[in-house]
Design a protein around this ligand. Sequence first.
Ligand SMILES: NC(=O)c1ccc[n+]([C@@H]2O[C@H](COP(=O)([O-])OP(=O)(O)OC[C@H]3O[C@@H](n4cnc5c(N)ncnc54)[C@H](OP(=O)(O)O)[C@@H]3O)[C@@H](O)[C@H]2O)c1
Length: 352
Amino acid sequence: MKIAVYGANGYTGKLMIEELRRRGFDMVLSGRNATRLRAAADGAGAGDAELRIADADDEPALAEAFHGCDAVINCAGPFISAGEPVVRAAIAAGCHYVDTSAEQLFLQRVFDTYAEDAERAGVSVIPAMGYDILLGDMIAHLTGQRTGPVEELTVAYRVGEFDMTRGTIRSAVEMIRSGDVVYENGQWTAGGIPAKRTSFAYPGDLEESPTLRWPGAEVITVPRHVPARRVEVIIDAAAFTPEMSALLQSPADELDTFVSSLPEGPSGDRRPAATFTIVAEALGEDGRKARGELRGTDIYGTTAVIAVEGVRRLVADGAPGGVLTPAQGYDCVGFLDFLAPHGITWNVAITS
Ligand SMILES: NC(=O)c1ccc[n+]([C@@H]2O[C@H](COP(=O)([O-])OP(=O)(O)OC[C@H]3O[C@@H](n4cnc5c(N)ncnc54)[C@H](OP(=O)(O)O)[C@@H]3O)[C@@H](O)[C@H]2O)c1
C-alpha cells in the first residue's frame, strides 16, 4: 500500500509520516518546498521516502506526484484557500483521498463540486478525517440512530490544555472570518446568528457552562446521514480567551506576522496533554432524547492515527466511490473502537 502525504513537512504532516512508518506503509512525501520536505522526512525517520515536489495550485504536477499511489492524505491547510486543486488531482490520479480539513465552506464545496467526478473515478473522497470532524460526525451518527428522526441535534466541544499549531490558528481564523453556515428546517443557509443553546452540561459537571456557536463542519456532514431538522455545534465559551478574541480582531498582515513568530506547534512532551470532550445530544421528533459522549487526549497524535487508519480501510476494504462524510465511509462503531488503544472512550445512551 503506497500512501502520498501532501503538506508532509507541516506539523501534522510530520505526524502522518511517523504514523505511516509505524504502520509499515510505503509513502510518497509531497509539498511545495524540497528543502523543507527533505528536513521533515529525515526528522521523522523516513529519509528513504520518495519526495515529489508540486505547488498546491499546479494540478498536473499534483496529479503526477500522486501517480501510482493508492491514496492521498492532504495536510496542506488552510483548506479554503489551498485544498481544492489537491482534491481534483487525487481524483485525476485515481487515488482515494482524505484530509485534515474542518472548514465548513471547504467541505460544502467538496460535496457540491466533486461527488460525481469521484464516483466516476471509483475513488472515495472523505474530507475532515482528523480529530475534527470524524469523531463528532460519528458520535452524532450513533446518537441520532438511537432516537429515530431528529428534531434537534447538538454537538458540544470542550478542549483543555490545547496548544494550537500555526496551521490550526490560520485555519480557525480563516474559517471564522469567511462566514459560516447553519442547518435549520432541513436546509443549509448563511449563518452569523447566535447559538440557540447558550449553556451546556458537560460530563462530570454539576452545572451548565456558557457556550458559543462554533462553525463546526458537523453542520455540513451530519445532516447527510442523520435525518435531522436542525444541527448545531457549540463550544465551551472558556475556549475564547481574551488573547484569542484579540487575535480574531487583528488585521490580516499583523495576524500573519504574529502567527509566524509562534512555535510550529506543541512540543512532543506537551502534545499529549491536550484533552477533548465531544458530546452529541439528539432530541427525537417523538420527544425521546439520546446523548453520546466521547473523550480523548492528544489532538494532533489522534488525527494522524485517524487519517492513516482511514486510508488503510479505504484501500484494503473499499468504500463507495464519491464524496462521503466519515460516518458514511466507515462502520462508526468499528472505527471508534479501533481508537480505544489510542485513548478514545465513548458511549451512547437514551436519556429520556
Ligand atoms: N481536523 C483536525 O483535527 C486537524 C488536526 C490537525 C491539523 N489540522 C489542519 O491541518 C492543516 C495543517 O495543520 P498543521 O498543523 O500541519 O499546519 P502547519 O504546520 O502550518 O503546516 C501546513 C502545511 O501546509 C502546507 N501549505 C500551506 N499552504 C499551502 C499552499 N498554498 N500550497 C502548498 N502547501 C501549503 C505547508 O507547506 P509550506 O511549509 O511549504 O508552507 C505545510 O506543509 C491546518 O489546516 C489545520 O487546521 C486539522
